[in-house]
Design a protein around this ligand. Structure first.
Ligand code: IPE
Ligand code: IPE
Ligand code: MG
Length: 593
């Protein structure tokens, strides 16, 4: 049975019970992780439980001390095969697999990557131990990088443009290593019960500790020094990665990051204080310490999600999607692009608002928007400016859906002007990071949108140029809305380029200067096929056009609204279109009676 968003009451009840079972498992076996999940947006928390319960379950199947190693491996293989079958059918009779299957179907998680992480756990079955730190790191990454990336995917589905490929961010793999080492120290007694020593032989040798010392749980001075060294390493990795990652993550994920480092740091303190007990029982952080860290973090997270996520979160209304996404790698581009084929219908408005009835002939053909006011919106809400740009990206998503719903042909948006280079390098680089994340993982590729980039590559980071070109290429055959994004665009620069091109043509004798007409001039513009702008809309109360589309918007109807761009949604676009239908477009002619 293929799972859809409409479920019977019984199905819904089974699903709720499955998620609750995952939650119970995580809470009882991993209270720290459970507490951290409570910092995620509420609608994303059940998926966190499902993901973590699945991963923990796989790990536990391999760690069962009462079974022979071959037997444990066989059990995990069987469980993984059953999971794959469930994922294909869309349902399961096992609570963890049911919750995970639902998560994958409903949230568009990366199935191949998740199964890869499970395979990495499975490989432990054939392994005796690890020799070097290098080998240890590879094991840590293979098993642990995918899970936090899935959480980022969920934030994207909730409407927050965040980087999904965390592995590309400086400091991220160090962070994973710090978590993995802390987890390993915490789980030491359990691993020793199962006869495993997963610490690299390299570090054991350095401290003259043998696996047998650990397995017999002898608290020698050498073992003590080894533990102290490992605690110090884990702490240093977590702290250095926190510093590196903080600079790139938006506020919500940064709170989760900070609290994770604080809580894992508290675990390391507790491990150090526990002395020989670390070899015998799992060490827990005292309740009052956890509360001191978690209390303020919960309060901050609640406020930040409320301000930075669209109400309700998109995932609540997101259509169920096929988990096996198409990956059409365009040969001339370095980037693999996922694109829904056929495109999904427009996502409904969160309150169910429907577009006004406007006859197609009355609709403007081309609407251009100066999306202004992100910075002021953020400042007014006590947030850094980049949060404003993030919220602005979310607003644009909704406006694009509204344009699709009403059947607009061309929408051009001003995303970065040639004058915007005057801003601080920090704001500019964050803006590009948000733009790139949005283009890679936003919902644009799911719908019938053809993306076109207008602007110059000069000075733009290569990865931004790369993603703009790849997505233009990936969407080139779409026939719905043409969305032109102006990135590094300047109107006068565009006119100057057209002038230069005409001058060259005149010099070569191709063009007679006496015959330069408006049409001929337009033909030398970089985007000569772009239709004239019928309606030019600017938000945030500024009454100017800021070097935007001087040629194409020469006779545009102007529409100015006061709200800052992050507060806009598709209903404001519809309102602008309605206003337009009442304008008398004379273009120099006489008033129609
Ligand atoms: C528009 O918002 C987005 C860009 C120019 C990139 P602003 O960042 O200009 O916001 P304000 O005008 O400072 O409020
Ligand atoms: C125009 O907004 C450019 C974009 C929206 C990308 P600005 O905020 O940069 O324009 P000014 O400085 O107010 O004219
Ligand atoms: Mg502005």
């Amino acid at each position: 049975m293929r799972r859809t968003t409409t479920r019977s009451g019984r199905e819904r009840a089974a699903l709720d019970a499955a998620y609750q079972e995952c939650r119970r498992l995580v809470r009882t076996t991993r209270p720290t992780e459970h507490a951290l999940m409570a910092l995620m947006p509420p609608s994303a928390q059940p998926v966190c439980w499902a993901l973590y319960a699945a991963f923990g379950h796989a790990d536990d199947l391999l760690d069962r001390s009462e079974e022979a190693p071959g037997e444990r491996g066989r059990r995990l293989r069987e469980w993984r095969a059953a999971l794959e079958a469930d994922l294909a059918s869309g349902t399961s009779d096992d609570p963890i697999r049911l919750a995970l299957t639902d998560s994958v179907w409903h949230w568009g998680l990366d199935l191949a990557d998740l199964l890869g992480a499970l395979d990495a756990v499975q490989r432990d079955d054939d392994r005796e131990g690890v020799a070097t730190w290098q080998e240890w790191r590879e094991r840590a990454h293979a098993q642990n990088v995918s899970w936090p990336e899935q959480l980022m995917r969920m934030l994207v589905r909730c409407g927050l443009p965040v980087p999904v490929r965390l592995r590309d961010l400086p400091g991220f793999t160090r962070f994973v290593e710090g978590l993995f080492l802390t987890d390993m120290l915490r789980d030491l007694p359990e691993d020793l019960d199962g006869g495993h020593v997963w610490l690299p032989t390299e570090v054991l040798d350095r401290f003259h500790v043998t696996p047998a010392d650990l397995l017999s749980r002898r608290w020698t001075p050498a073992v003590q020094q080894l533990i102290a060294h490992l605690v110090g390493e884990a702490r240093a990795w977590l702290e250095s990665s926190r510093r590196a990652l903080r600079a790139t993550l938006p506020l919500g994920p940064a709170i989760v990051l900070d609290t994770t480092v604080d809580l894992f740091g508290a675990e390391l303190d507790a491990i150090l204080r526990a002395g020989p007990a670390v070899l015998h029982r799992q060490i827990r952080v005292p309740g009052h310490t956890r509360l001191r860290i978690l209390g303020p973090a919960r309060a901050r997270a609640a406020v930040v999600w409320r301000l930075t996520l669209p109400p309700g979160g998109e995932a609540a209304t997101a259509p169920a999607r096929t988990p096996a996404v198409d990956r059409t790698a365009a040969p001339e581009f370095s980037m693999a692009t996922r694109i829904s084929e056929p495109p999904l219908p427009p996502r409904p408005h969160r309150d169910g608002a429907r577009p006004p009835e406007i006859a197609p002939a009355q609709l403007p053909e081309h609407v251009a928007i100066v999306m202004d006011g992100n910075g002021r919106w953020a400042t007014r809400n006590g947030l850094p400016r980049d949060e404003g740009h993030r919220a602005g990206a979310v607003a644009l998503r909704d406006v694009v859906q509204g344009a699709l719903e009403i059947g607009l042909a061309h929408l051009t948006v001003y995303a970065f002007s040639t004058e915007n280079w005057k801003r601080s390098p920090d704001e500019v680089s964050k803006l590009f990071a948000i733009m790139r994340a949005e283009l890679l993982d936003g919902e644009l590729l799911d719908h019938d949108v053809r993306l076109r980039w207008i602007g110059s590559p000069d000075g733009l980071p290569d990865d931004v140029v790369d993603v703009l070109r790849s997505q233009e290429h990936a969407t080139r055959n779409r026939t719905g809305l043409t969305l032109n994004v102006c990135v590094n665009y300047g109107g006068r620069a565009e006119l100057a380029r057209a002038g230069a091109s005409l001058a060259r043509a005149a010099l070569s004798g191709e063009v007679d200067p006496a015959r330069v007409s408006e049409q001929l001039f337009a033909a030398h513009l970089p985007h000569h096929a772009l239709p004239d702008v019928d309606l030019l809309w600017r938000t945030s109360g500024e009454l100017r056009v800021s070097n935007f589309l001087p040629w194409h918007a020469h006779y545009a109807e102007l529409h100015f609204t006061d709200q800052p761009w992050p507060e806009v949604d598709r209903q404001d676009l519809w309102q602008a279109l309605e206003t337009y239908t009442h304008r008398k477009r004379r273009k120099g002619g006489r008033v129609a009676e």
